[in-house]
Design a protein around this ligand. Structure first.
Ligand code: C2E
Ligand code: MG
Ligand code: MG
Ligand code: MG
Length: 289
């Protein structure tokens, strides 16, 4: 009986694999079309300075509204773009579009752009960035590249050379999703990061009452401070989380407690209005009770 069950599962699994490969091939083709025909869009999530509660910049987040399937999350299509190599062209489009959009915003505002490990391994990346900066006529220091620990998987001379080249271009560097990757603290010593982004898995449930996540955040912040780096707490959703990351001294905050990723028009409007945190409402209410 166990053997039969195993065989049954095997057949089912093989069929699944087939349709999964098929689906990926179709999505890859659709993604290619979207890139060519303007089907991709950047949304912008505010990054808020903790003590002033002002927007200091936005993270550019890719959105794809699939013609038949509706909005697909980057978690679904970025891996397909990476596996197919399409991420190189998509990444260039993201950099150019983000720089262009940034040029309409005030000088003090930055844009953060996600760069996948495959883009980071491309020796043309510094030239692509230089070209995007020149086309939009913006200062390199207004652009922050978000890189994950996965770039250290190939910890070789090429990685070191890329960091040096990007520093020469003058863009800022942020280490994204910190603590979720292939953690060796060694790379923090040599890689010239300006900022550490604390992954939302640590922020979730970190409260003043104390928690394991809280202890981890506290130690990341003190490590970053000792190394002269800023910190952004990612994915802050609740008032307790907000209070905690503020208390721990995270320099910046990003999360639904302030804003979701916004369309370009919405983001520009937000800048004009100044940030009014969603937190203001509940905060005010809480002060009263
Ligand atoms: P990420 O770079 O860590 O981006 C942060 C993600 O957290 C975004 O998801 C954002 O919408 C989400 N987020 C922000 N605040 C909150 C919150 O309070 N609660 C919750 N639950 N989520 C929050 P998104 O837009 O779905 O992007 C997912 C990932 O896809 C990104 O993670 C990034 O790794 C990748 N990605 C997005 N755009 C690009 C891109 O242009 N290029 C590359 N290479 N990767 C991208
Ligand atoms: Mg990011
Ligand atoms: Mg992140
Ligand atoms: Mg992520």
């Amino acid at each position: 009986a166990a053997k039969d069950g195993g065989r049954g599962r095997h057949h089912f699994y093989a069929a699944d694999l087939h349709s999964d490969a098929e689906e990926r091939r179709q999505l890859e083709q659709d993604l290619r079309d979207a890139l060519i025909h303007g089907g991709l869009e950047l949304y912008y999530q505010p990054i808020v300075h903790t003590s002033t509660e002002r927007i200091t910049g936005f993270e550019a987040l890719l959105r794809w509204n699939h013609p038949e399937r509706g909005p697909l999350s980057p978690g679904k299509f970025i891996p397909i773009a990476e596996d197919s190599g399409l991420i190189t062209q998509i990444g260039e489009w993201v950099l150019r579009t983000a720089c262009h959009d940034l040029s309409a915003w005030p000088e003090g505002i930055r844009v953060a752009v996600n760069v996948s490990a495959l883009q980071f391994a491309n020796p043309n990346l510094p030239a692509i960035i230089t070209s995007a900066l020149a086309a939009a006529q913006i200062e390199p220091s207004r652009v922050e590249l978000e890189i994950t620990e996965s770039v250290f998987l190939n910890d070789d001379a090429g990685t070191d050379a890329m960091f040096a080249a990007l520093k020469r271009v003058g863009v800022r560097l942020a280490l994204d999703d910190f603590g979720t990757g292939y953690s060796s603290l060694g790379y923090l010593k040599k890689a010239p990061f300006d900022k550490i982004k604390i992954d939302q898995s640590f922020v979730r449930g970190a409260t003043i009452a104390g928690s394991r996540n809280g202890a981890i955040i506290a130690s990341i912040v003190s490590l970053a401070e000792a190394l002269g780096m800023e910190t952004t707490a990612e994915g802050v959703e609740t008032l307790d989380e907000l209070d905690f990351v503020r208390m721990q001294g995270c320099s910046h905050i990003q999360g639904f407690i302030y804003e979701q990723p916004l369309s370009l028009a919405q983001a520009t409007k937000k800048l004009g209005e100044g940030i009014t945190a969603i937190a203001r409402g509940p905060r005010a209410a809480r002060a009263v009770r």
